[in-house]
Design a binder for this molecule. Structure first.
Ligand SMILES: C[S@@+](CC[C@H](N)C(=O)[O-])C[C@H]1O[C@@H](n2cnc3c(N)ncnc32)[C@H](O)[C@@H]1O
Length: 352
């Protein structure tokens, strides 16, 4: 199977034995998935695809890495995330392990030279073609803790924890703000405001009875989950990005809120589970490309994950083609808010 992506085509033409190498944060590419390597990725859809082929695939924040003969880092769109990966690899792989870094020229791969120099790592250009460049270096201990990349900020009276590569890193999205302004008017079952965090056991049991099961799809830093949790919702938050899932866990913990957060490609880890409400500010980008795939699955499969009478509430850029998808999945829908840039949609599963 020939390489499909430009970055893999550049690797394919190297006279290198990449057997057993660690592929770090690669795109989906059948050439790689058929090779004899191991995966380290923050993208749960890539991890699942490799595991389905019976291959070793580790999630980004998993602790242990066996010593591979070498590693190839696919430089991400976010340079801060690229730096995190370098620190993570230097921290966990033996000194002297060969490291190659590959990326598209218009994705800023050339900046890697400066980044490696600032970490005291020498580097040479190995090859360039297909508008991509491949650098090589060797891992050395650099003594900087990758955990320093976690940051906190305040929004909507909540402490939000974020990380490079997590959506909206460090600020509240305008679409999310419109969704939060709209939710109280349409969800009378939710409490009007935050309930006290500290409740007695019997109060908690009573509340459980009335609690709505809420699913936040594409949770990012956990803003929706953390806003809903103190309003009587039992929140499950999912994201395909391992950093987002960890950010949501940390956000819930920072605000002393209950809730679970799972790595999941839309509903892939939620088979057989139903919710009273699904909320989302759905993704429509994959790195630099527009990709409606996850949002389309989110809408199409929502009825199967809603209890009778359950509701899907979405916020989206007004130009996105969600009305047709909502119509097809639910038969009808309402527009709850429209500020010309963003719309909030509601679709309801029939009661019976
Ligand atoms: C527009 S952001 C919304 C983040 C957060 N809910 C907010 O309102 O700020 C979309 C989120 O969807 C996540 N995402 C992208 N593809 C996904 C998929 N296939 N399954 C689950 N989540 C996905 C992204 O990682 C990102 O965190």
């Amino acid at each position: 199977m020939p390489a499909e992506t430009a970055v893999c085509q550049l690797l394919e033409r190297q006279s290198m034995d990449y057997r057993d190498w660690l592929w770090v944060a690669p795109p989906r590419d059948a050439w790689l998935e058929e090779a004899e390597g191991r995966l380290l990725s923050a993208d749960h859809s890539v991890v699942e695809a490799w595991r389905n082929r019976g291959k070793v695939a580790l999630s980004a924040l998993q602790e242990t890495l066996d010593a591979p003969p070498g590693a190839v880092l696919f430089w991400p769109k976010s340079h801060a995330l690229g730096e995190w990966w370098l620190l993570r690899l230097c921290q966990s792989l033996p000194a002297g392990t060969p490291l190659q870094v590959v990326g598209e020229n218009n994705g800023g791969i050339k900046r890697v030279l400066k980044v490696l120099a600032s970490l005291g790592l020498g580097c040479r250009k190995r090859d360039s073609a297909r508008r991509c460049t491949l650098f090589e270096t060797r891992m050395e201990p650099v003594g900087i803790d990758p955990d320093l990349a976690w940051t906190r900020f305040e929004a909507e009276g909540l402490t939000l924890v974020s990380h490079p590569g997590v959506f909206g890193h460090g600020k509240l999205d305008d679409g999310t703000r419109l969704l939060l302004e709209t939710l109280p008017g349409v969800l009378p079952d939710l409490d009007a405001g935050p309930v006290a965090n500290a409740v007695t056991k019997s109060e908690a049991e009573d509340e459980d009875e009335a609690t709505s099961r809420v699913l936040d799809v594409g949770c990012g830093d956990g803003i929706l989950a953390a806003w809903l949790a103190p309003r009587g919702a039992a929140v499950t938050a999912v994201d395909v990005n391992a950093f987002a899932v960890e950010a949501t866990r940390r956000t819930l913990a920072a605000n002393q809120l209950p809730g679970e957060a799972l790595e999941s490609d839309v509903y892939s880890r939620l088979e057989g589970r139903c919710f009273d409400l699904i909320v989302s500010n759905p993704p429509f980008h994959q790195e630099r490309a527009i990709d409606y795939g996850p949002a389309a699955r989110l809408i199409r499969e929502a009825p199967a994950h809603l209890a009778p009478g359950g509701q899907l509430v979405l916020v989206a850029n007004a130009f996105l083609p969600y009305p047709d998808l909502l119509e097809a999945a639910f038969g009808s829908f309402q527009i709850l808010a429209d500020n010309r840039r963003f719309r909030v949609y509601l679709a309801k599963k029939p009661n019976g």
